[in-house]
Ligand binder design. Structure first.
Ligand SMILES: NC(=O)c1ccc[n+]([C@@H]2O[C@H](COP(=O)([O-])OP(=O)(O)OC[C@H]3O[C@@H](n4cnc5c(N)ncnc54)[C@H](OP(=O)(O)O)[C@@H]3O)[C@@H](O)[C@H]2O)c1
Length: 273
């Protein structure tokens, strides 16, 4: 798709990868950004700091009326929508025995259902603006599943399967569907503290700006898929080519060195309500 007059909506723009993506896309010629997340002050401050036109909408994407409210905001502010970045997401670790269906449901509501519902609401605007693009932010955890991350992985596996299908369906309508699969990336929600504390694992933690560049490549740049950092793609390939090896590694004692806690589960531990 052409970069001229890029009108892009980014979910989860109040921190981490979404915020970095807003800063990256703001450099594009004629960019206009719509920033979505729950924390209004963060969105306002970001919008005011960007070197392009930007508006914001503070809401919880899992709310029943969220897709319609976003659609109305987009339609009211201008012509069409040339790029939708479905980035908002979260993880709450826990074994299935401990956290059960409730945790699976919570992940699916935000990381999968909210993406599908928002895309449904905005697809007519993307069709109108074609050539246009959607970028879904999945995860390497949507290819390889680790202990205590089953609910998160399930939501990202679902997102990947749905995204591949959407890519094939929307090609003829001029809507390019790209997908970015980050590995460990240092953000507020995914601080990767355990990995950054050890010299042996520090190097595998990437930066949100690198993911933002990949999002640009998979939207306006027209790429279909990017792992960030790229070598994480090897883990996905090994899962298919050498499943017993991957199972052995991930269910052995060494797997705990790749275990990280997330901000949302830390909040949850502090506030059991
Ligand atoms: N960082 C990593 O290691 C990593 C690895 C693989 C994939 N990812 C994926 O990358 C995406 C971005 O994560 P991040 O690392 O940048 O984490 P982050 O800094 O915690 O950002 C998450 C964003 O999602 C928003 N969000 C969360 N729940 C929401 C809700 N119910 N409604 C609306 N917005 C909501 C948050 O904003 P508010 O709190 O203001 O609502 C925030 O802007 C996620 O989809 C994540 O799964 C991250």
């Amino acid at each position: 798709m052409a970069d001229a007059s890029l009108r892009a909506l980014i979910t989860g723009a109040s921190s981490g990868i979404g915020e970095a993506t807003a800063k990256r896309l703001a450099r594009e010629p004629g960019a206009e950004l719509i920033l979505v997340a729950r924390r209004e002050e963060r969105l306002r401050a970001l919008a005011e700091s960007l070197p392009c036109r930007a508006s914001w909408l503070a809401l919880d994407l899992t709310d029943a009326d969220a897709p319609e409210r976003v659609r109305a905001h987009v339609a009211e502010g201008g012509s069409g929508l040339s790029l939708l970045v479905n980035n908002a997401g979260a993880a709450w670790r826990g074994s299935f025995a401990e956290s059960g269906y409730a945790n699976v449901h919570r992940h699916m509501q935000l990381n999968f259902d909210a993406v599908v519902r928002l895309t449904e609401a905005l697809l007519p605007l993307l069709h109108k603006a074609a050539p246009s693009a959607i970028v879904n932010v999945a995860s390497t955890a949507g290819r390889v599943s680790r202990a205590r991350s089953g609910a998160y992985s399930a939501s990202k596996f679902a997102l990947i399967g749905w995204t591949d299908s959407l890519y094939a369906e929307e090609k003829e309508h001029g809507v390019h569907v790209g997908m970015v699969l980050p590995g460990f990336v240092l953000t507020e929600g995914f601080p990767a503290t355990e990995l950054r504390e050890k010299a042996a694992t520090r190097w595998i933690v990437s930066k949100p700006e690198k993911v933002a560049e990949a999002i640009h490549q998979c939207g306006p740049g027209g790429r279909a898929e990017r792992y960030v950092p790229r070598p994480y793609g090897l883990a996905a390939a090994l899962r298919i080519l050498a499943p017993s090896l991957v199972r052995r590694v991930l269910s052995g004692g060494g797997a705990s060195s790749l275990t990280t806690s997330t901000a949302d589960e830390q909040d949850q531990n502090q506030d059991p309500g």
